[in-house]
Design a protein around this ligand. Structure first.
Ligand SMILES: [Zn+2]
Length: 106
């Protein structure tokens, strides 16, 4: 699936930059889990504190997934990562196939 990119390059860049930021937040939230857990264990946090930290992490993850879910594709105006109930954090728009780095080709 290829896309004819006849969108304003500024709008395209802005839209894709936003998507890249949201993806970065999502991956950072997921990746912070292991070092966060190690730090908490090294600090000999009680199980109650660990439970609270885990709850905070779950909330952050929900927010990050939410932000990545609602972000719009600058090419077709649909949600970039979501097609109906399916959330796919792939590097292409699930509707029109616009690549995450489509603005960097030129
Ligand atoms: Zn699209």
């Amino acid at each position: 699936m290829t896309v004819e990119v006849d969108i304003d390059p500024d709008i395209l860049r802005q839209g894709l930059t936003k998507i890249r930021k949201r993806r970065w937040i999502l991956w950072a939230t997921i990746l912070i889990y292991v070092p966060g857990l190690i730090i908490a264990l090294e600090m000999e946090a009680s199980s109650g504190t660990l439970g609270k930290l885990f709850a905070i992490w779950i909330i952050l993850l929900c927010v990050a997934v939410g932000l990545a879910t609602v972000v719009k594709c600058p090419g077709c105006g649909n949600t970039y990562h979501t097609n109906g109930p399916t959330f796919l954090p792939v590097r292409r728009c699930v509707h029109c196939g616009l690549h995450l780095n489509a603005d960097k080709k030129n």
